[in-house]
Design a binder for this molecule. Structure first.
Ligand code: SF4
Ligand code: SF4
Length: 380
């Protein structure tokens, strides 16, 4: 029976497929509670919202009569560059590997639903629900309990044979299936992910402070990014793979035989200037069917401004100056910050900066620019 389920799952692109009971182990509940108590969820208020947090701790409440959880993983192509190559890619931005192609939410959900229909034929009719990322499900806890892999110190799930370049999904069913054995943890004394993290977001093993994590900052967070974090973000413009790239369990990771996310060459280390030039329509067309489209043009271009500021090349003077005219105060403020970081004689920048600051009507943008101005003056 289990082999039949695994074969079906594999036919939909879920190379890993393991079964567990709808239960969260106590140590994962403790991690989750501590994470909430410290406010590590940032602006993701839905994480601490009572009903949803309760469901995370008690997955059985996600489906009446649920007996089993089938935890599946879909692999995607690891980034085709090393971490030093990505950091050294001058004038280019880094997009996390899972976002190089189509939006996994849509693809995985459709395939999980198709798998659920096939399971009806295999197991008889049962109630089922499928989840991909957005539901209140502690997916890494369930994956570890199911034996799919263990939660690494960077908080993502690692499989001994395939590494961690995959995305998780869950199929809850009222069918009683034999559970698999829980996976052991193989991080050992390694702390490579904690050491490499540019923002020191992994505050202790298995705990990521989202407020410092570049994935959260570039994707979920839509506001003004703290000045002290901007220089640490390097050229990351959407997500961050650094902790996965240094993980020894990914050393031999390969691309899947078929990548359902269909990575697009244009999203691999894209040029910053072409991204900052995108208007709303061009942005939507450029990121059609991509998860980046969900984040929106304003947040993405904010990230591009930060990458330009960290790059510091004087050739960004023109595109960043043009961005000072954007209707979005968020974009104006981040373009302003980036301008203050260009490798140019400060006296050449000052007239432009002073004029922009004087003209800025938005209170928050003005405050943000004032901090940037103070920083550039202190460095003069
Ligand atoms: S994704 Fe990047 S910023 Fe977030 S924990 Fe990993 S290395 Fe740190
Ligand atoms: S880098 Fe090391 S500590 Fe971090 S998840 Fe991988 S094995 Fe675990």
């Amino acid at each position: 029976m289990k082999e039949g389920i695994r074969k079906l799952a594999a036919s939909y692109g879920f190379e890993l497929c393991y079964i567990t009971r709808p239960v969260i182990d106590a140590r994962f509940i403790e991690r989750f509670n501590g994470w909430l108590e410290h406010g590590y969820y940032g602006t993701m208020d839905w994480m601490r919202e009572d009903v949803r947090a309760h469901r995370r701790r008690h997955p059985a409440e996600m489906l009446a009569g649920v007996q089993s959880v089938i935890s599946v993983a879909m692999r995607y192509t690891p980034p085709g560059y090393t971490l030093p190559e990505a950091c050294a890619a001058q004038g280019r931005g880094v997009i996390a590997g899972y976002a190089h192609g189509d939006d996994y939410h849509d693809i995985m959900k459709k395939r999980l639903k198709a798998l659920a229909r096939d399971l009806d034929d295999l197991l008889g009719k049962h109630d089922q629900r499928v989840f991909v990322d957005t539901a209140p499900v502690l997916e890494h806890a369930l994956a570890e309990r199911a034996g799919l892999g263990w939660q690494g110190k960077h908080s993502l799930t690692i499989n001994r044979h395939l590494g961690s370049w995959f995305l998780l999904g869950e199929l809850f069913t009222t069918a009683a299936l034999e559970p698999d054995e829980t996976a052991g943890n193989h991080c050992g004394s390694c702390a490579a992910c904690m050491d490499i993290c540019p923002t020191q977001a992994i505050v202790e093993p298995y705990i990521v402070d989202a407020r410092r994590c570049i994935s959260y900052l570039t994707i979920e967070y839509k506001g003004f990014i703290a000045h002290e974090l901007r220089p640490l973000m390097g050229n990351h413009i959407y997500g961050c793979d650094d902790c996965q790239m240094v993980c020894p369990w990914n050393r031999h990771a390969t691309a899947p035989a078929h990548d359902f996310l269909a990575p697009r060459g244009e999203n691999i280390l894209p040029g910053l200037a072409s991204l900052l030039a995108l208007d709303e329509d061009a942005f939507r067309a450029r990121f059609r069917k991509s998860p980046i489209r969900r984040t929106g043009r304003t947040a993405m271009l904010r990230n591009v401004c930060i990458a330009m500021g960290n790059d510091g090349d004087a050739r960004w003077l023109e595109p960043l100056s043009a961005t000072l005219e954007e209707p979005s105060p968020l974009l104006r403020a981040h373009a302003f910050w980036a301008l203050t970081r260009l490798h140019m004689e400060k006296h050449m920048l000052m007239p432009l900066l002073e004029r922009s600051l004087a003209q800025e009507k938005d209170k928050q943008a003005h405050e943000d620019m004032t901090v940037s101005m103070r920083q550039i003056k202190e460095n003069v």
